[in-house]
Ligand binder design. Structure first.
Ligand SMILES: Cc1ncc(COP(=O)(O)O)c(C=O)c1O
Length: 350
């Protein structure tokens, strides 16, 4: 049996959690501020503001940028539904773009709409083509919120994702490249005004200890999760390096044609290692029969989800793509021999 994913749980994570529970305030303890400082340093931004999910990070970023029900916000249809749900939550109109068939990332040229903001997603840990995003952003003076929920540590043009746009959003859901031992998220920015807004929005719109001047939420990251996050951040680069090694192994055994392209101006952190083939369903059942865990990201692009179908989009590349992609086991503890066995089984079908 080779599982699709195994969460990492170490003695260091356990010790940090117990220490935080014993010695700190449960909410907004010291670990929260230390984690934020360390994450900002890692990403290369002035500020990092922790929240309780990637969805919260995206939603609060949009609100802090003044997005309202009059706005239009561009995102990619090939993503987890949260990339678009955050837009609906503000009352704004999601503008869904089709994708590049070669890497699954947003192809912003597939829309002519004038956006008030753009949420490019670095899907599967591979940075999207930021040059084209930047040019649309400059034309329409639309800020960029990077959805880096799958891309902790990835780079574009030698800069860490999350530091390239106006705001970066990260998720620490357990399957991500790093976790906090539960749900969690982070916003990164160089803009002090956005930092102040999000500080307040995550804390019920608090202005001072007893005054609240805006409509906010309870979206803070718990202290115990921040303490675990600090430990996970220490080994993120090592884990990403292992993910890249695993991707090279898959490439070696399967050949380049089966694999998605990596952005030539960037470095992917392979949150998912994807193979793409017209015999996807056959490969899926052959691997399942052989007790190898696989998954599909995503079987339905966002515009085909029941919540979005009524928008009436026709985005053919993503529809073809969603029928051909298969996510391979790619967690850092996976052994080289496991990849060899998985690829032998795939090659029996090809
Ligand atoms: C691309 C993308 N955006 C947003 C999210 C939302 O993050 P969370 O699940 O932490 O709310 C996720 C995570 O699942 C994601 O993969």
């Amino acid at each position: 049996m080779i599982p699709f994913f195994v969460p990492e749980f170490t003695k260091d994570m356990e010790n940090a959690a117990i220490d935080a529970l014993r010695n700190e305030k449960f909410v907004m303890g010291e670990s929260v501020f230390k984690f934020e400082e360390e994450f900002a340093r890692y990403t290369g931004t002035k500020f990092a503001i922790s929240v309780n999910s990637g969805n919260a990070a995206l939603q609060l970023s949009l609100i802090s940028l003044g997005i309202t029900e009059k706005s239009k916000v561009i995102t990619s249809t090939n993503s987890f539904v949260a990339s678009a749900n955050c837009i609906l939550m503000t009352g704004a109109k999601p503008v869904l773009c089709d994708i590049n068939y070669d890497d699954g990332n947003i192809d912003i040229k597939t829309t002519n709409e004038k956006p008030e903001a753009i949420i490019p997603v670095h899907i599967y840990g591979n940075p999207c083509d930021f040059d084209s995003i930047k040019s649309v952003s400059e034309t329409h003076k639309a800020p960029i919120i990077e959805d880096a929920c799958q891309a902790h540590g990835a780079t574009f043009d030698h800069k860490k994702v999350g530091s390239i746009g106006d705001v970066g959003c990260f998720s620490f859901y357990p399957t991500k490249n790093m976790t906090v031992g539960g749900d969690g998220g982070m916003v990164t920015t160089n803009n002090e005004e956005i930092k102040k807004q999000i500080d307040s929005l995550r804390d019920n719109g608090r202005r001072t200890r007893t005054e609240h001047d805006k409509l906010g939420f309870t979206m803070r990251l718990n202290t115990v999760n921040a303490a675990i996050g600090r430990i996970q951040l220490q080994t993120l680069d090592e884990k990403n390096k292992r993910r890249r090694e695993l991707a090279s192994l898959y490439k070696k055994f399967l050949g380049d044609d089966c694999m998605l392209d990596e952005n030539p101006k960037g470095t992917s952190v392979y949150h998912q290692i994807i193979i793409k083939h017209q015999k996807r369903d056959e490969i899926f059942s052959h691997l399942s029969k052989n007790n190898i865990g696989v998954a599909i990201h995503y079987p339905k692009p966002i515009h085909k989800q029941p919540l979005y179908e009524n928008l009436g989009y026709n985005l053919p590349i993503s529809e073809k793509f969603s029928n051909e992609v298969l996510s391979m086991p790619s967690f850092p503890q996976l052994k080289d021999d496991d990849v060899k066995v998985i690829c032998e089984k795939i090659n029996e079908v090809l």
